[in-house]
Design a protein. Sequence first.
Length: 181
Amino acid sequence: MKDKQMACIVLASFVALIFFGIQNMRQKKVAMQTEADEAKEKAEASEFARKTSETAVVTLKAESEGLRQYFELWLPYLSSVHATEQEEQKIIEIVKSGQVFATSQRTEVIANDKDNGFIPKRLRAHLVIQDEYSKTLNWLGNLEESLPSCRISNYRLTRGLSGNDVQMEITLDLPLINTAG
């Protein structure tokens, strides 16, 4: 082989190698372009989903404004209710401060029937009070002020043992709030 032919072969191989490199880079460029386009589409879809979610949150806030205000109004009364012992002590103190005679008082913790994460249990207090008519009913009237979050689930008023006495059987339900989370 002559030197000129050898130079042509080397030059042709060099050109083929450059052509192969250019073709390889072009394929990588097309693959990267496709990947960039897919990422851009995903970003646009995510942005649209974010805007949709923001709109839903704004709508939900507007629709629940009254409910949230109601909840904030009651939160000071409900946030203090979380321990059974404290609530039992409150009931005992309310009976003592009302200066009524409780012939029987017992409490029990009951799970809520509904699946309620905020109020999972309630304290049920069974009280039997026997005292003067006006004192007993005044105590009952002050009960709502003393325990605004309680609910009277059972109430029965009967004649007492002596002249002006009444016997009141009352069942109170107090929510035991789940303050975790």
